[in-house]
Design a protein around this ligand. Structure first.
Ligand code: FEO
Length: 391
């Protein structure tokens, strides 16, 4: 991607990855992504904020050459994950006088992950500043969005917040700024769900801190920039807040149709009672769509046939992901069918210990569901409707 000027002396020098379809080898990227690196030229010093994924190293170097950057004084590392830090060793080869600026945790991680010599670091503390002459960088500690070492960098004079992964989106677009708010909000929510949701408490603290900061531009490390940051800030407040929706997410796999029959009956009953319901057939679903649905839902219902005395492995996989994402669920339950026995409910409870949801009485039937099974589903639906009334 060509380098683009954001404000006088401030440039986007990162790369768009139009083709990437998987992150961390399991997160789907339907819209690609970008790795946003930023160059800031002050009157006396020049700084690079983060780098790009190593697969896009050539593009970053090309952009720095195009801008005729002969000397780089600082490489600020907001976050040590390799999609932002992975090119630091190469940049240090190209600009041997540059120092890597980050906090103590970040410096240690970069030494461990990328084998960067400890002499190369300038270690900063929370609220410390770094002068580039006519521009000042202020560093803000921002742990757990989504690693423990993360910092934000604030360019005081131009009121630009470089927020790294926080407020970002996996969205490849030629627009420097958000130009399709609908598409951005879905991509940002997907990103929040997959990366940020487990850290809601930290996110709320960071949002409180940002409320005192005068920010004109948010420049994250993935996806388009925000020149009207209130929109994404308000979305984060909503997603990370405590409110949940009158909604049930149902994840299921069915092998011979019995679990599917239970799920269909359950879904129809909820619709009839006015409860929003989102069923996900895990044999087909994009796990990111499921993550998005988990952001707001009040209730998660897991439905599985018994396989070798336990959960269907695909359902167990989804349960592990939901447990890792820690959505703000209030209630959980289970539907299922078995042929000769097993312990699905206990297994599900063991896989979801992070979820602080109240377990509502599950419905587990032998073979195909009959009247008794449907009566139990009716009871579960009534239970959910009753409890959702108090949300
Ligand atoms: Fe985009 Fe946590 O790296």
């Amino acid at each position: 991607m060509a380098a683009r000027e954001i404000r006088p002396g401030v440039y986007h020098v990162g790369a768009i990855d139009w083709d990437r379809r998987l992150f961390d080898e399991f997160i789907p990227l339907p819209d690609g992504t970008s790795y946003n690196a930023y160059l800031i030229k002050g009157s006396t010093k020049t700084a690079l904020i983060d780098t790009v994924d190593p697969t896009k190293e050539a593009e970053l170097l090309k952009n720095l050459k195009k801008l005729e950057i002969d000397r780089l004084d600082y490489i600020v590392s907001n976050h040590s994950e390799q999609d932002h830090s992975g090119c630091i060793p190469r940049i240090l080869e190209e600009y041997p006088n540059a120092k890597v600026v980050t906090n103590a945790k970040g410096a240690k991680m970069l030494q461990e992950l990328l084998l960067i010599d400890e002499q190369k670091f300038i270690v900063i503390k929370d609220e410390e500043t770094l002068s580039l002459g006519d521009k000042t960088l202020e560093f803000m500690s921002a742990p757990w969005v989504h690693w423990p070492e993360t910092i934000f960098t604030y360019l005081r004079e131009l009121k630009i917040l470089f927020s790294c992964d926080f407020l970002g989106s996996h969205l490849a677009t030629s627009s420097l700024y958000v130009n399709d708010p609908g598409k951005m909000s879905i991509a940002a929510k997907r990103y929040y769900a997959e990366i940020m949701m487990p850290f809601r408490a930290h996110i709320n603290k960071h949002l409180e801190k940002l409320a005192d900061l005068d920010v004109e531009i948010v420049a994250p490390s993935h996806g388009p920039l925000y020149d009207a940051p209130d929109s994404i800030i308000d979305m984060y407040k909503d997603w990370a807040g405590d409110d949940v929706s009158n909604e049930v997410v149902v994840v299921y796999v069915s092998m011979h149709g019995s679990t599917r029959t239970l799920v269909d009956y359950f879904v129809d009953s909820l619709i009839t009672k006015g409860v929003e319901v989102k069923p996900f057939n895990l044999s087909r679903t994009d796990i990111g769509e499921l993550a998005i649905a988990l952001v707001d839902t009040a209730t998660l219902v897991v439905a599985s046939p018994m396989v070798l005395a336990g959960l269907h492995p695909t359902v167990a996989h989804a349960a592990i992901i939901a447990n890792a994402l820690r959505p703000k669920l209030k209630f959980m339950s289970m539907l299922g069918s078995f042929g000769w026995g097993g312990k699905m409910v206990d297994q599900l409870s063991g896989l979801t210990t992070n979820l602080k949801a109240e377990m509502l009485e599950p419905v587990i039937v032998k073979g195909s569901p009959g009247k008794e099974g449907f009566d139990q589903v009716d009871r579960l639906v009534s239970d959910i409707v009753e409890r959702h009334r108090d949300l």
